[in-house]
Design a protein around this ligand. Sequence first.
Ligand SMILES: Cc1cc2nc3c(=O)[nH]c(=O)nc-3n(C[C@H](O)[C@H](O)[C@H](O)COP(=O)(O)OP(=O)(O)OC[C@H]3O[C@@H](n4cnc5c(N)ncnc54)[C@H](O)[C@@H]3O)c2cc1C
Ligand code: FES
Length: 231
Amino acid sequence: MPGSGLVLGRARRERLQVGESETVGPYTLLRLERGSLDPGIPGQFFMLEAPGRVLPRPMSLCQAPPGELAFLIEPVGPGTRALCALEERDAIHVLGPLGNGFDLDVERPLLVAGGIGIAPMPYLSDALGSPPAILGFRSERHAEAAVLLTDAEVVVEPRLVTELLPEDPGDVLACGPEPMLEAIRALVPRTQLAWEAPMACGYGACYGCVVEVDGHYERLCIAGPVLREAA
Ligand SMILES: Cc1cc2nc3c(=O)[nH]c(=O)nc-3n(C[C@H](O)[C@H](O)[C@H](O)COP(=O)(O)OP(=O)(O)OC[C@H]3O[C@@H](n4cnc5c(N)ncnc54)[C@H](O)[C@@H]3O)c2cc1C
Ligand code: FES
């Protein structure tokens, strides 16, 4: 059964220094020195120590320039706010890469993201040779994050990303809020969707991230976060 054991693969835990912290619209792009951590496959995630909080927070890798790991963070609660407040030369523990990323063996990739779901897309786009992308945001300020991808089509609410999906969209790789992923799943037969669930450990030990997948229960940190929908 997939995900039945505690699989850490290439993951390591290391204390990494903050190189820079940039503001991108309402988000923060947190650049960490990479240390000896492997950036992994796009769509995989890392558990970032959130200063002052007991549990680390899961974050997708956004960019992986040489020597660096960069995370795009939306401040929605105490953990993410603490991460966004980090300053140059602060240091945090980081564990990863974890989980299953996107399958890059696709013929006609189309990236689709909503809101902070844009986070894994720059790294994914680099890996796939800058395929077309559709991005949706809830405000013009959030849409400023579109600068992280070249040549993306952008919609702002009340318009939705599904309005821009072509009739034959090819291989859709998507990340975003659950209603967006459900809408894409209903429209497109062959997709790879990056889902979210609250995660305490990130490697299969706590069972905090159990979700229903095709009628049975899985730990999303191991079975996902990217799940492939059958054609
Ligand atoms: C695999 C994975 C990758 C992620 N990548 C990113 C990323 O790249 N950038 C980013 O900004 N965020 C990402 N997230 C979400 C991020 O981890 C949460 O927003 C964060 O843990 C919230 O912590 P907090 O202490 O700030 O807020 P909390 O107070 O813990 O939560 C704030 C609100 O968000 C809800 N919430 C918290 N975590 C989740 C979750 N995982 N799913 C659904 N609702 C949740 C809570 O119920 C609450 O309503 C990712 C989550 C997962 C599972
Ligand atoms: S986050 Fe602990 S089992 Fe998935």
